[in-house]
Design a protein around this ligand. Structure first.
Ligand SMILES: Nc1nc2c(c(=O)[nH]1)N[C@H]1C(S)=C(S)[C@@H](COP(=O)(O)O)O[C@H]1N2
Ligand SMILES: [Mo]
Length: 238
């Protein structure tokens, strides 16, 4: 279905990760197994990080979801909770987020499997601002992201999360983030492979240490720096 002409071979460590995926599936029982099978149908198309589709007019983006269906959240009913090891747990509406100082970044989006979309603007609030507003408590070391698809999760170290190029984004391509792209609000972890950019973001929880995210349990690097991780340093990614 999806042509992989621009794809690159899946790296050795990713293949090892996929083997782990099969073994984990056996141990975890049928419902998850179904989802893993669905995800693995993506692998057969050369892409291990989810179900992919290339929609007409998608501008080169693929749409990924490890969940079979995802509820819609409107601008009116969307909520983002910031909690965990913080002084002031806070819940934001979309309007609350949009009232905060905004940051627009324009960089290439890059999936770990090799596809890339050049110069894609994302606009939102710096993650560091939300962390500072909540007041991170001593002893915290990481941030965990949860999603209203009920399945996906991601994580960053606190140091990574405080970088100025980590956004809680409500616009992509200078338009509201669409449902297919994880709207109304998704994470945009600009310096990392796109699997870090959790879609349908519903929770930001400050934790003591990193809890590996969805794909990271199956072999992906937690520290997903573009060009420096997932065994692809010498794979020719430019
Ligand atoms: N909630 C959620 N976030 C997710 C994923 C997912 O399956 N579920 N897939 C990740 C992967 S592997 C990629 S490449 C990007 C894809 O974003 P897009 O669908 O907007 O292209 O989202 C990331 N965030
Ligand atoms: Mo991905």
């Amino acid at each position: 279905m999806v042509s992989e002409r621009q794809g690159r071979p899946v790296g050795r460590r990713l293949v090892l990760g996929m083997l782990g995926l099969g073994a984990a599936g056996v141990a975890l029982g049928p419902p998850l197994q179904d989802r893993l099978d669905a995800a693995l149908s993506g692998v057969r198309e050369g892409d291990p990080t989810g179900i992919t589709g290339l929609l007409p007019g998608s501008g080169g983006f693929r749409f990924y979801s490890v969940a079979p269906s995802v509820p819609q959240r409107t601008a009116a009913d969307y909520r983002l909770a910031v909690d965990g090891l913080v002084e002031r747990p806070t819940t934001y509406s979309l309007a609350d987020l949009q009232r905060l100082p905004r940051t627009r970044l324009v960089k290439d989006v890059q999936c770990v499997t090799g596809w890339r979309v050049p110069r894609t603007p994302f606009t939102g609030v710096r993650l560091s601002r939300l962390l500072d507003a909540a007041g991170v408590r001593p002893g915290a070391g990481a941030v965990r992201f949860t999603c209203f698809d009920g399945v996906y999760s991601e994580s960053l170290t606190l140091e990574q999360a405080r970088r100025t190029d980590m956004l809680v984004a409500y616009a992509m391509d200078d338009r509201p983030v669409t449902h297919a792209h994880g709207g109304p609000v998704r994470l945009y972890a600009a310096p990392m492979y796109f699997y870090k950019s959790a879609k349908w973001l519903s929770g930001i929880t400050v934790t003591d240490r990193v809890q590996p995210g969805y794909w990271e349990r199956y072999g992906y690097d937690v520290d997903a720096w573009v060009g420096k991780s997932n065994g692809r340093d010498d794979a020719g990614i430019d």
